[in-house]
Design a binder for this molecule. Structure first.
Ligand code: PMP
Length: 432
């Protein structure tokens, strides 16, 4: 494959855009750097880059593009929205319908508010827990990503009973002291943190099924205990479903797991590819928010008709019978193909899969928390990523991300991908 146009564009990008990219992972940092491919066009399960190379896409824009790129129904909704004006700054005739659709799909959303990103959604749920409880601290789980607001860019301290350290320059020590980070799937660590900080804990923030150190499910009873212990302590439970909502089924991970939080943060899929976030939950808690309550949240773009209409169209596509089963079947086929190729060529690969989302880890026995994921081989993943890319398969450039199936992927795409995985594993992942 020739990448000369991408190389030229990357050079030019670095002159005008800080680091040449608008989100750090796009610079391929997680796979040892290199020239990011500049995409020009996308349709269904495919991308075409600036050099005319075609790819099968498993990034799905880090999750949102579950219907495939430029799905006709979603595209039509966006075209209609554009023709009718994209931003009003008033209530619109579309937003009640969409809030109702979310509520029907995820019943714990007694009241909903729309914002513009997952970051905003999570940030606001934290504010609400503090307003409601009058407490300051939150507990989060190591390796779960919750956007780039100050409070959630805090990494683990040295043990469950310590507060965290800033994970980013510009996040103050004072803020880090308000966050306690414990390992996912570690109930005793969680109990210790809760006991130690007790009535200081306003909220407990968790991805109910993790999507940010690969796909990692909660061990049986873990979330139930987190819910029960938090509530007994007077702390609120926030599920960050920015990745998980509508990913595995029509509804949230909370529907799949049959467990409800007090508040939920949403984003990604619910915008049909346009910028969006939403949060919601128990009515009495949500009543803390302005204009009913004292906790402030606003947004010039919040609930804009373009994102809302794209979101409605996306959920309509996802209501098609069989969509999720198809993604599940293709996901299973891909998982089996990868594992078979790994066995045939002595590649130490582990696959975590839930329905249409899967993560391939190398050189690790199993992954059930962030530490496991971290200890998987970065070099082997980097080789895998780059060797797949130059053969026309676009994956997320980090060992912590998932491959996402979309409703546009076909059996033929999967067969082709498995064939390429076999070729790559046969060649080996020692270098690239
Ligand atoms: N929460 C989770 C679980 C996420 O995965 C992400 C983004 N990857 C966010 C929040 C932040 O969302 P956004 O990028 O839309 O701000």
């Amino acid at each position: 494959m020739n990448f000369s146009n991408s190389e030229q564009l990357y050079k030019e990008a670095q002159e005008v855009i800080l680091g040449g990219v608008n989100s750090p992972s796009r610079a391929y940092k997680g796979v040892g750097g290199g020239t990011p491919v500049f995409m020009e066009k996308a349709s269904g399960a495919y991308f075409w880059d600036a050099d005319g190379n075609k790819y099968i896409d498993y990034l799905a824009a880090y999750g949102p593009i579950i219907t495939g790129h430029a799905h006709p129904h979603v595209t039509k909704a966006i075209q209609n929205a554009a023709a009718d004006g994209v931003l009003y700054g008033t209530p619109t005739v579309y937003e009640n319908k969409f809030a109702g659709m979310l509520q029907n799909a995820i019943p714990s959303l007694e009241k909903v508010r729309f914002v513009n990103s997952g970051t905003e959604a999570v940030m606001t749920t934290i504010r609400v827990t503090r307003a409601y409880t009058g407490r300051n601290k939150i507990i989060k789980f190591a390796g779960c990503y919750h956007g780039h607001s100050d409070l959630v860019l805090v990494a683990a301290g040295s043990g469950p009973s310590t507060t965290g350290n800033p994970d980013s320059a510009g996040v103050t020590k004072n803020i880090a002291e308000e966050v306690i980070t414990v390992p996912f799937n570690d109930l005793s660590g969680f109990k210790e943190a809760l006991n130690h900080f007790g009535k200081e804990i306003a909220g407990v923030l968790v991805e109910p099924i993790v999507g940010n150190f690969g796909i990692v499910e909660p061990e049986p009873g873990f979330l139930e205990a987190v819910n029960d212990l938090s509530r007994a302590n007077g702390s609120l439970v926030i599920y960050d479903e920015v990745i998980t909502a509508f990913r595995f089924m029509y509804g949230g991970a909370q529907n799949l797991l049959e467990i409800e939080p007090d508040l939920t943060a949403l984003g990604k899929i619910i915008g049909g590819g346009l910028p969006i976030g939403a949060y919601g939950g128990r009515q009495d808690i949500m009543e803390q928010i302005s204009p009913l309550g004292p906790a402030y949240q606003a947004g010039t773009m919040a609930g804009n008709p373009a994102s809302i209409r794209a979101g409605i169209a996306c959920l309509e596509v996802l209501q098609t019978p069989g969509v999720y089963d198809k993604m599940d079947q293709l996901g299973r086929k891909l998982e089996e193909g990868i594992l078979k190729a790994a066995e045939d060529h002595n590649i130490p690969a582990v696959v975590n899969r839930l329905r249409g989302a899967l993560t391939v880890y190398f050189d690790v026995d199993k992954v059930s928390n962030f530490e496991d994921a971290e200890s998987s081989s970065t070099d082997m993943f980097a080789a895998f990523f780059k060797k797949m890319l130059v053969r026309g398969i676009n994956l997320a450039p980090s060992k912590f991300e998932a491959l996402f199936l979309t409703s546009a992927h076909t059996e033929e795409d999967i067969n082709k991908t498995i064939h390429i995985v076999e070729e790559v594993f046969a060649e080996g992942l020692e270098e690239y």
